[in-house]
Write a new protein. Structure first.
Length: 263
């Protein structure tokens, strides 16, 4: 079984700050990590590797420093890694990102399963996985938290929905987006990195030409979304800080809540 896992390098914070002039995310001074949902997708792929000797390839699109998340993926036990990096990819919206990742997966060619995180903690759209499935014409299931079975060209998964859980069976190849699996993702191990041929050497670097993409499909040029304006929401009410002993503060708080007819 051949699995492709898509992993994104994201700032290690959910409190993303915006540059007021350019509207871009401010990434300076913030450490970068593997997007949390993507670590869960990696763990599910590596469990399949443990169970049925799957071959796992991690793919990331980003600036050259995104090589770090791929090293981490190799350390966790992935067999191969591909970094998609090119100035032509810059400024991509989710459509252009999905096209770029889709073309890279087409180049990889021989795969049974694509695993993505459900959502990236910086962009937060949850659009990339479903758009890649549409681009490649694959069946998809989102919000998967467990793979129950892989047999006879089919995969059975459990996914969460608004009412609870549902069990789905998909024909392979298929794409799953993953969130909140029950097992904590494993830690990277030095031995895995050494087995993989020592860090960066095992990571292939592909640009726009390598994936056979036209500039008009990529980056800002290939993006259907134009950001007109970005801004942080204004705080509507000022908070009030109560001080003193706990019993005093509790009775003052209760008084205020009663006064506002909230209880
Ligand atoms: C008009 C516009 C311009 C933008 N310009 C920029 C820019 O200049 N620089 C910039 O950094 N961002 C930019 N973005 C944000 C960028 O488009 C998104 O970060 C990207 O498309 C992924 O969307 P998301 O972060 O919402 O991921 P989601 O759709 O929430 O991610 C779901 C899953 O898809 C996979 N995935 C997503 N992105 C990647 C990736 N890059 N590599 C591998 N797997 C991935 C992961 O498995 C992830 O968990 C721009 C967005 C718009 C709308």
């Amino acid at each position: 079984m051949k699995i492709v896992v898509l992993i994104k390098q994201v700032p290690d914070t959910t409190e993303v700050k915006l540059d007021k002039k350019t509207g871009n995310l401010i990434r300076e001074g913030v450490d970068s990590i593997v997007n949390p949902d993507d670590r869960q997708a990696l763990e599910l792929a590596l469990q399949l590797k443990d169970d049925c000797q799957a071959m796992v390839t991690a793919v990331s699109m980003g600036p050259p420093q995104a090589v770090d998340v791929l090293s981490e993926a190799l350390g966790m036990g992935c067999d191969a890694a591909v970094l998609l990096t090119d100035r032509a990819f810059a400024g991509a919206d989710t459509w252009a990102t999905s096209t770029t990742l889709g073309k890279a997966i087409e180049k990889i060619g021989d795969f049974d399963l694509i695993l993505c995180g459900y959502q990236a903690i910086d962009g937060d759209t949850a659009q990339t996985g479903p758009q890649i499935a549409e681009y490649l014409g694959l069946p998809q299931a989102c919000y998967v938290d467990n793979i129950e079975n892989v047999e006879a060209g089919k995969i059975t998964v459990t996914r969460r929905n608004d009412e609870g859980y549902e069990r789905l069976s998909l024909t392979l190849p298929a794409l799953l987006t993953v969130s909140k699996i029950t097992v904590a993702p494993r830690y990277p191990m030095m031995g895995n990195l050494i087995d993989a041929g020592c860090e960066d050497a095992a990571i292939q670097i592909w640009n726009a030409v390598d994936i056979g993409a036209l500039n008009s499909e990529l980056g800002m040029e290939g993006s259907l979304t134009q950001v007109v304006k970005t801004f942080s929401p204004k705080t509507k009410r000022a908070g009030e800080l109560l001080e003193g002993d706990v019993p005093e503060m509790v009775s003052e708080l209760l008084g205020k809540v009663r006064q506002a007819h909230l209880i």
